[in-house]
Design a protein around this ligand. Sequence first.
Ligand code: DGL
Length: 267
Amino acid sequence: MKKNTMPVGIFDSGVGGLSVVKEFMRILPEEDLVYFGDTARVPYGTKSKSAIVRFSINNILFLLKHNVKLIIAACNTVSSVALDTLQGSFKVPVLGVINSGVQQALRLTKNEKIGVIGTKATIKSNAYTQHIKRFSADTQVYSAECALFVPLVEQGWLNNAVTKQIVNIYLTPLKKKGIDTLILGCTHYPLLKTVIKQELGNRVALVDSAKQVALQAKRVLKENNLLNKGKAKATLSCYVSDESEAFKSIARQFLGFDIGRVVKCDV
Ligand code: DGL
């Protein structure tokens, strides 16, 4: 198999990484994709670092069996606590999502007050705050764990009354701090964008790293001469580690097309 025509691998703990898939397909429509959602072990955000590293290695080994030429850890939790280990362990490039979101937030903020929401592991790791401060020491960073967002999304409750109430409870303290930019520091959260936007109004810019990561993937593929040029229609193959009734319908709702068969595999 020619290296250029090999697929790109994307993984997350569940449906969240589809937010990256969506942007990736828009920016790199000719690249075949293999998506793996670790639905048997979701959520990652409540797990220890060693467990997250182990799960991520399993996921990458699974994707490598599909001959992927590049891997995107479409998961902030993995990117926060495991990326260094992963990047040092495999020959294929492994991209994370933190840096992309930070750069975009720093471009957008005017009052230098940035909010970050994420899973417990992401917020506890302090990865976002450290990263922001490295580039802009004076920027104030206000973080909040939003533990219930991932189960809401995995359940497909993207826009109902309970979701709105929970979003209100989590985001009110950040609103009071006067943030003008909010990093959606979990790839599940863009699926709640409509409700989050309603809660925060137009004065707070929402940052989701999906587009920036897809652009970064394009750069890396280009630099390594790995772009798959000229293919008419690329494929998306989806795998999960446990049956998830909601996976297919959330994918349809979010991506706007039927993703076809979702294959259950052990990793
Ligand atoms: N979507 C992931 C993230 O970006 C993981 C969420 C979870 O499994 O807790 O953090």
